[in-house]
Unconditional design. Sequence first.
Length: 228
Amino acid sequence: MNKNKVYIETYGCQMNLADTEIVLGILQNNGYSVTKHSDDADIILVNTCSIRENAEQRIYGRLGNFKAIKDHKPDLIIGVLGCMAERLRTDLVDNKKIVDVVVGPDEYRRLPELIDVAFNGDKGIGVKLSKTETYDDIIPHREDGLQAWLSVMRGCDKFCTFCVVPFTRGRERSRSLDSVVEEVKQGRPQQGRPFGFDVITKSKACQFVTGSADTLPFVSAGRAFSSR
């Protein structure tokens, strides 16, 4: 029997929501299916946030719930993705021994490989930061609807005193304009209804910019994106 049903929970900012869509796109391309019920899953993934201590404590609590499922289902794989994975891998894997897979924001391409490592009895760990990874060629998995997350860049170079992003997501790099336009085209409903994209950028004091597929400047006029 194939162990390919994945359940994923997402915590934190809009960038994490966009990353979850990328992760599911990668996994589906590798033969995994998505379930909405943790009890049915062969793999449980938690996409995490390290911005606030309260968020981390909530995630630790949730991992405790999943560990209770694993106690009755020993073959279950539990994985932590995102910012918390990169920052707290030693605590998660070695100290608390909660998780089997730990994958940072720039190593999602390796997730199918690391899940296989975990099914074979080892720990699947990938937390290296990249100066080039933007997931340009990955088609995100999106549910039907009239809104989607559109990431135009990753990381940040600002190093604000209060912010962990440069340390957990790496240095700033932008997607190519062509890949962004192509993703917008693929995301449009075929019926021609209005379709909104939340455009995510961590630059300029961590602003989030929202626009529609018809009004975003790089789509309507072919100009470079600016958060104004």
